[in-house]
Design a protein around this ligand. Structure first.
Ligand SMILES: [Zn+2]
Length: 64
């Protein structure tokens, strides 16, 4: 029996193809990024990048 490969989704934050992560408004965030977001500080450059990406998601979700 062949094991079925898990479908990969491109993370909207790091753009890596990952099998595991969360979906928000049809957008995918990998587990690594989700963990980084949870542990990042508001003044973090990473957090700023995340906020920018999330804004893009909300806007595309609203325009649907
Ligand atoms: Zn990611």
């Amino acid at each position: 029996m062949e094991s079925k490969p898990q479908a990969l989704s491109a993370c909207i934050i790091c753009h890596a193809e990952r099998a595991q992560g969360i979906r928000i408004c049809g957008q995918f965030i990998c587990l690594d990024c989700e963990r980084d977001i949870v542990h990042s500080d508001v003044n973090d450059a990473y957090y700023q990048h995340y906020v920018k990406e999330m804004k893009r998601i909300w806007l595309s979700a609203l325009s649907m």
